[in-house]
Design a protein around this ligand. Sequence first.
Ligand code: IMP
Length: 197
Amino acid sequence: MRILFATGNENKIVEAQEVLESLGHTVEGLVIDGQRPNFDEPKELGLEGVAESKIRQALDLIKGSELDGSAILVEDSGIFLDAFPEWPGAQSSDVEKEIGLEGIIDRVKESGNSGAEYRAVAILSNGNQVWKSQGICRGKISDYPRGSYGFGYDPIFIPEEGGGGTFGELGKEIKNQISHRKKVMQGLSNLLKSPSR
Ligand code: IMP
């Protein structure tokens, strides 16, 4: 399936391509009037609410255009710290800008609980049918940033299945096998193979 990913985050597009193209799909970033879409995000609604809002906005944007009827993908994701329920969650990018990775590490150290998980919710729709999936990657926060691969919280996130390295150190081969994004995109691909609802 040809999938148009409505996001302004180039890293997400690359990771979705690496996962979904190995499953037989093509992924391109949605561009409208030469620009990537920039959605309003009602973060108080959580990841699923934000993803639902993004797909509504994306389908509205392409209504009546030559892209009407295309398969549009949106995704909302974030990191959730065990010590602070639902935080930073849907506000992960804002919190990262406000206090930085060192600020996160300090909060985690103060709490004495380094458990964390990435979560992602993805929704795919062609305007008629809707497919929704979620992916979780369990892990913990490191004592200091390590490695430079990826984006966002990757230098401080140690996935359970990664042998102790952060995603920043493990690189794309490993991240694409075990990440929340891998799981959420794999889930969507599985749903696409099932009879439509
Ligand atoms: P969104 O664009 O509103 O979904 O925000 C996602 C934010 O969550 C990113 O800007 C990062 O702060 C964080 N995040 C989500 N997925 C990842 C990931 O795979 N690596 C690192 N940070 C992530």
